[in-house]
Ligand binder design. Sequence first.
Ligand code: URA
Length: 211
Amino acid sequence: MTADHLTIVNHPLVQHKLTLMRDQATPTAVFRQLLREISHLLAYEVTRNLPMTTKQVETPLETMEAPTLAGRKLALVSILRAGNGLLDGMLDLIPSARVGFVGLYRDEETLQPVQYYYKVPERLDERVVIAVDPMLATGNSSAAAVSLLKESGATDIRFLCLLAAPEGVQHMKEAHPDVPIVTAALDKRLNEKGYIVPGLGDAGDRMYGTK
Ligand code: URA
């Protein structure tokens, strides 16, 4: 399914792997491996319309003008800590990408995201930037991360997640209508603790076995 702002990747392999990841009986190591595999498939979708050019290549038979990616290396930006699970798989596919990290925590009084780490590649204004975070829940940290990237000059930003809640998609659409979202599924809702339902639980905990 594709709307202007939201693409849901309905590919059978994506949906099958996502179902395995949702299952609470799936062990940590398998969960991590599935996330890596699924991120290859999501990477394929989120990079579908990257700018292209051509270059001359000598094949063993003749010279041709062959397609190649245009412009500077793209930038992948992981929203810590769960973003790292998607990042690893993305890097399998795009090993020369430049990598950034955004760390945000939620202030318990104001409930607003506060930055604790920020390191991104230079010349973001000349790169396609893909921000990655498996769970688009309230959208607070995602929208804040995208704002930081824009402050660093990024103008061509895409957001890649595994699961999205309608609330998060709406938030992102209002805050950053220019940032397309690619996800494997749009779930029903958020619960009172801000978890996506039915979801898969805490992606970071499932990935790293911290619970
Ligand atoms: N973050 C998670 O890891 N899981 C959710 O369901 C929501 C936010």
